[in-house]
Design a binder for this molecule. Structure first.
Ligand code: PDD
Length: 300
């Protein structure tokens, strides 16, 4: 079971933050793992990013379920049950002063002599959790919309696993930053996949198009939410492979993630997204979905 936090801190500086590491809360600034941890050596682990609004984790059951799926796909023993995970997140949130936070959870296969094969017998997984203030996109960015650049998707073929091995995503995000953009729009075999750390949505003729939930993308927790928001608002939602030409001639382009919520992309490769008066501006479907997202936050 999880120990109750002994001191409730009121951290204002990073030095005062606490994190969970292998069974207890310790100061974040000094928390360490052994160098033979397979997360450090091989990137052999999984993670979750859970938004917290007004101190309540948003869509927690869905995040928990995805964590379980990711662990199962890598054959890492789930180190805690549902109640223990929920208690851990609650205790972490309680110990920090921010109303809105994002909780980061990570489980690695554990510490073992370096060998690519899984340790046999299995070792205790390493469990790490921390939280940070949730800083959402500024009003200005939301009004202007984000810039994005197109890139080939050079990642592996298990993007459905929320793996901590993120070098492909890291390089893609840096390429976007180097080009002065917020995110990249990636393609594999001529079809849209996703961004470096977000799902992507194409709006055409009043419908939201979604890339299929297969091994080529991470199924964001906002994927299910956006399909629900569309259903509630009478917006057609179509899951199908999306051609690059359909992205480039989209009426609207949107990105979604735990930390960006739903954000319009208004420029792609230096060209405005959309047509006519809407060109280069956030469009109506994105605005309706953003409004629906804000309502869902208050109803959670
Ligand atoms: N990233 N696709 C990728 C590759 C991602 O890394 C993420 C989220 C998403 C969206 O998933 P969700 O809606 O569950 O946030 C899609 C998180 C925020 C991160 O790595 O920080």
């Amino acid at each position: 079971m999880l120990p109750a936090p002994t001191t409730i801190l009121n951290p204002t500086a990073a030095d005062d933050q606490v994190c969970w590491l292998n069974g207890g809360f310790v100061p974040l600034a000094t928390a360490t793992v052994p160098v033979l941890d397979r997360g450090f050596i091989f990137g052999d682990g999984v993670y979750e990013v859970v938004p917290v609004y007004a101190r309540a984790p948003f869509r927690w059951p869905e995040h928990r379920a995805r964590l379980r799926r990711s662990l199962a796909k890598l054959r890492i023993t789930d180190p805690m049950d549902n109640d223990q995970w929920a208690s851990l997140v609650e205790a972490l949130v309680t110990q920090h002063p921010w109303s809105d936070q994002f909780v980061y959870l990570q489980v690695t296969r554990g510490v073992a002599k370096r060998d690519h094969a899984f340790p046999d017998p299995a070792v205790q997984p390493t469990v790490f959790a921390m939280t940070s203030p949730l800083t959402l996109p500024s009003e200005d960015l939301r009004r202007r919309g984000a810039h994005a650049v197109s890139l080939p998707d050079e990642r592996w073929l298990h993007c459905d696993i929320k793996s901590i091995a993120l070098l492909g995503n890291v390089l893609a995000r840096q390429a976007a930053v180097d080009a002065g953009a917020v995110e990249c729009v990636m393609y594999r075999d001529g079809m849209l996949t996703e961004g470096s750390s977000s799902n992507l949505w194409v709006v055409r003729d009043g419908a939201v198009l979604a890339p299929p939930r297969d091994h080529r993308i991470l199924e964001g927790i906002r994927y299910g939410l956006i399909s629900e928001l569309c259903a509630a608002d009478g917006i057609p939602f179509m899951v199908r492979p999306i051609l690059r030409s359909e992205v480039e001639s989209a009426d609207e382009l949107l990105m979604s993630s735990a930390t960006k919520e739903i954000l319009p992309i208004t420029q792609l490769d230096g060209r405005p997204v959309g047509h006519g008066e809407q060109s280069g501006k956030p469009g109506p479907i994105g605005q309706r979905l953003h409004a629906g997202y804000q309502r869902a936050k208050t109803q959670a």
